[in-house]
Design a protein around this ligand. Structure first.
Ligand code: FAD
Length: 419
């Protein structure tokens, strides 16, 4: 079969949830998902895996188990679009045509955008929860003291909070294992603040003080010297915020000129640079930065009305998370059904909602929930259940992260239930 009413690229969080919700609205819809992978991952738990608090095996399920029944699974890779012909080419299943296309292949890791990073990963000099969270845990467990450096790139990344969550967990672990006095935990970020949402920022600055973390804003990693275990950062602050570094500071930092800062490390955790998959970047569907060019409120493509895009691949100016996908899917589903009935798509529905469960230590978490304007907007249902404000650290939020959210994911979101 080579034509479908709805063709979906990607069987990740967004693709599976969209198919499942469409079928709940109309069992008769003729839907296919192009997805090459045999395994579906619940990636949000990788943060806990990296800290030894969750079993990696439990984050994986066979793709066949999450594929909604009634959907054709095309076990292949999409490789190009011909949007004017309503066609997607695949690697080995030929061309597939569609009435409506949903583009949800997520994003890809691009370590080569930082010089030395591919080699650092290969040699086990750097670890990353984005690539191999079990190895992060091995690195943290084997750490004997010195500089524990945590950083993130200048590109958009999925779950923007993940690079700092693992820094808090590691700091907590080092404290509990008698390493605090021998260790500098450093969190270096290209951003100007620890978090964009004011209420959450205030909570996180207290967390940073509690652990004695060295917080370094305006640090953009550009090169890793694998042999000497040094990260080179450019300092991205405007002139008036430029920092001055003493050569004899505790961290052994060195500043060359006013922009090249070298930080030596004994362990390094890093979120690699990330980008839209190449077949999207190279297509007529991408914007100038390579992300899928969709309307911010309807997720309808800005040029091709029968194409939608959501999840990590989409050019939406909010945090790329599963939580955002949860709010995007019903809008996309509703709009596709409207177009099928020859009504126009609603472009006011999605407000940029995203959320980030910021784990701040073992048994501790604060939940950032926000919109396109970085307003803190706690979900009223959740607030009633928790009986306290989620912008403060709480043990119950940790329980939500470790047990509640995985359960919500596998049993509700993947089944297309409204959550
Ligand atoms: P994905 O779920 O990544 O799925 C993309 C799918 O597309 C994959 O199955 C892939 O195989 C497939 N694909 C790729 N290329 C092709 C192709 N050419 N053809 C066909 N199929 C293709 N989110 C939260 O909400 N909370 C968190 O706490 C959180 N923490 C995170 C921590 C880490 C370490 C990581 C890595 C992610 C975290 N996330 C978190 C982010 C969340 O997992 C993603 O935002 C979410 O999975 C995005 O869904 P998606 O469907 O866009 O992409």
């Amino acid at each position: 079969k080579s034509h479908y009413q709805v063709l979906i690229i990607g069987g990740g969080t967004a693709g599976i949830m969209t198919a499942a919700q469409l079928l709940r609205k109309n069992r008769k819809l003729d839907i296919a998902i192009i997805e090459p992978s045999e395994t579906h991952y619940y990636q949000p738990a990788w943060t806990l895996v990296g800290a030894g608090a969750y079993d990696f095996k439990k984050t994986a399920k066979p793709m066949a188990d999450v594929m909604p029944s009634g959907v054709d699974w095309i076990k292949d890779r999409a490789k190009a679009f011909q949007p004017k012909q309503n066609t997607v080419s695949t690697e080995s299943s030929g061309d597939i045509t569609y009435d409506f296309l949903v583009v949800a292949p997520g994003l890809v890791m691009e370590p080569s955008m930082i010089k030395g990073l591919p080699e650092a990963f290969e040699k086990g000099v750097a670890c990353s929860n984005y690539i191999d969270p079990d190895f992060t845990w091995e690195t943290i467990r084997n750490f004997k003291g010195g500089n524990a450096l945590f950083t993130q790139p200048t590109t958009p990344i999925k779950c923007g909070g993940a690079p700092q969550k693992i820094a808090y967990l590691a700091a907590d672990y080092f404290g509990k294992n008698g390493l605090k006095n021998k260790t500098n935990v450093i969190f270096a970020t290209p951003g100007s603040v620890i978090f964009g949402v004011k209420e959450i920022r205030e909570t996180l600055m207290k967390v940073i003080d509690r652990y004695g973390i060295h917080f370094k804003p305006f640090y953009a990693p550009k090169e890793i010297d694998v042999e000497n275990k040094i990260v080179h950062f450019s300092h991205t602050a405007p002139e008036e915020n430029r920092c001055i570094i003493n050569e004899d500071n505790d961290l052994g930092e060195v500043m060359i000129g006013d922009v090249d800062i070298q930080v030596p490390f004994d362990m390094l955790h890093l979120a690699p640079p990330q980008a839209a998959p190449k077949f999207v970047r190279d297509s007529a569907l991408a914007n100038a930065s390579g992300w899928l060019d969709v309307d911010h409120h309807s997720m309808q493509h800005n040029k091709f009305g029968n194409i939608f895009g959501l999840g990590d691949v989409a050019a939406l100016p909010t945090a790329k998370t599963g939580a955002a996908v949860r709010k995007q899917v019903p809008v996309v589903v509703d709009n596709i059904l409207k177009l099928m009935e020859h009504k126009s798509a609603d472009n006011k529905s999605y407000n940029g909602y995203s959320s980030c469960p910021l784990v701040t230590g073992y048994g501790k978490m604060t939940l950032a929930e926000f919109d396109y304007n970085n307003n803190f907007i706690p979900d009223p249902k959740l607030k009633r259940m928790l009986v306290f404000n989620s912008d403060k650290e709480h043990w119950r939020l940790w329980m939500l992260k470790k047990y509640g959210l995985p359960n919500l994911y596998w049993n509700k979101m993947m089944k297309g239930k409204n959550v």
